[in-house]
Design a protein around this ligand. Structure first.
Ligand code: B12
Ligand code: SF4
Ligand code: SF4
Length: 342
């Protein structure tokens, strides 16, 4: 089986190599990459353990209020900037990508259809990826030839996952802030194994949007305030998933029937419309609970139905009250009335 390397299709160094005294093991690197693909990941790359190159941008983003009420993004900033603070003696980060695209949406859905963001239509990716990443870390431990330590992360850890993945060659930063892979688009999730094993790093990915501004033009709330900067306070993804309490009225029309998350700035991106390729991964296929649901269905879910239908689903992040609030906003938009959809 040929190994799908990163965007650059070649490791930056071939064979055993040394840097800061560490012998970088090219055989182990190739074996681990092959294993990652066998475990069901779509791409894998190796990043060196380095501090962030975007500390100033990140601090400005927080200072501008763009993180809204996501307090966890404001804590542990030094750890977020430096992966070596997550694991002493860490020498490499295995960055992996999981494709969640399952094909185009219905062209002309009924007006009362509840829309769930693509990444949350299958099984909860945190569980799916963590299980596979742990298997990868175990494989590494079994084949390293010396005692090593590893930590696995998906989404929730204090790690700048897009930047690590860019360094590992998996994609580049789009104006919509998504990490984009020139061949696959941006419908993928990221995860990492930080390890003391000395693997051969890939070259950082290069690429860019050129003169395109489709995502900035399409965002219905103006959340992409300038290229590469998103104001979470205006983002439908933030408002429908992370925000607690009533959603400010000026965003209701734009939220419409988005009951969980938003993919608009990805749907319009030419790298997705031309290149996204549907995954056959059974765990990522849409579940019945998100297919062909009406806003009314979602607004009227009982606690028991909600628990049953969204068991082991990323949709649980919004909680039942959040989903219901979002569906009521959609219904208000549709029918012109709904007292609770504030
Ligand atoms: C907080 C968060 C959010 C927030 C804020 C999003 C944002 N753009 O910052 C909200 C709730 C809005 C959100 C929404 C979504 N999210 Co989110 N989110 C995160 C989380 C937990 C942290 C991101 C973060 O630190 N943001 C702060 C900004 C400053 O950092 P950044 O986006 O990583 O940007 C880096 C670069 O852009 C660079 N940079 C900064 N300024 C500049 C300027 C220039 C010119 C350049 C070139 C670079 C650059 O520095 C930054 C730090 O390294 C990550 C997981 C993680 N731990 O990283 C997932 C993550 C980014 N989310 C993800 C997903 C899938 C989504 C949604 C698609 C979900 C949905 N469908 O509703 C949307 C997409 C919205 C969008 N356009 O980004 C994926 C993205 C995968 C990918 N292909 O990029 C991640 C990586 C989770 C994962 N494990 O896969 N998310
Ligand atoms: S996810 Fe939706 S609301 Fe957020 S920036 Fe993208 S298009 Fe705008
Ligand atoms: S829509 Fe255009 S500007 Fe936006 S991320 Fe895609 S290529 Fe870049």
């Amino acid at each position: 089986m040929s190994i799908k390397l990163s965007e650059n299709h070649e490791p930056s160094q071939a064979g055993g190599d040394t840097d800061s005294g560490a012998v970088r093991d090219s055989n182990l690197t190739e074996m681990v990459k092959r294993k990652a693909l066998e475990l069901g990941f779509d791409r894998v790359g190796i990043a060196p353990v380095q501090p962030s190159a975007f500390k100033r941008e990140y601090r400005n983003w927080i200072a501008g209020g763009y993180a809204a009420d996501m307090e966890y993004l404001k804590n542990n900033i030094e750890r977020r900037f430096d992966p070596s603070l997550l694991l002493a003696e860490a020498k490499s980060i295995i960055s992996i990508m999981l494709n969640y695209y399952t094909g185009p949406d219905e062209a002309d859905p009924p007006a009362d259809r509840a829309v769930f963001a693509r990444y949350a239509r299958g099984a909860d990716y945190h569980r799916v990826m963590e299980k596979r990443l742990k298997a990868l870390a175990q494989y590494l431990a079994d084949h390293a030839g010396e005692p090593i330590q590893s930590r696995v992360y998906v989404d929730t850890g204090p790690i700048l996952e897009r930047e690590v993945a860019q360094r590992a060659g998996l994609g580049w930063f789009g104006k919509n802030t998504m990490l984009i892979n020139t061949r696959l688009g941006s419908y993928f999730l990221l995860g990492e194994v930080i390890t003391t094993a000395a693997l051969v790093p890939d070259r950082p990915a290069v690429g860019g949007c050129g003169t395109c501004t489709k995502c900035l033009d399409a965002c219905p709330t103006g959340a992409l305030i300038v290229p590469y900067q998103l104001d979470s306070r205006r983002c439908i993804s933030y408002l429908t998933i992370e925000h607690h309490g009533p959603i400010p009225e000026p965003y209701h029309r734009a939220i419409g029937n988005h009951v969980f998350g938003c993919d608009i700035c990805q749907e319009v991106c030419p790298f997705n419309s031309r290149r996204a390729s549907p995954t056959a991964d059974p765990e990522m296929q849409p579940r019945e609970s998100v297919k062909n649901r009406t806003l009314e269905d979602i607004a009227s879910l009982s606690e028991d139905q909600y628990r049953e239908e969204f068991k082991q689903s990323a949709v649980k992040r919004a909680k039942r009250q959040g989903l219901k609030r979002n569906a009521l906003i959609g219904l208000k938009h549709l029918t012109g009335s709904s007292p609770d959809g504030r």
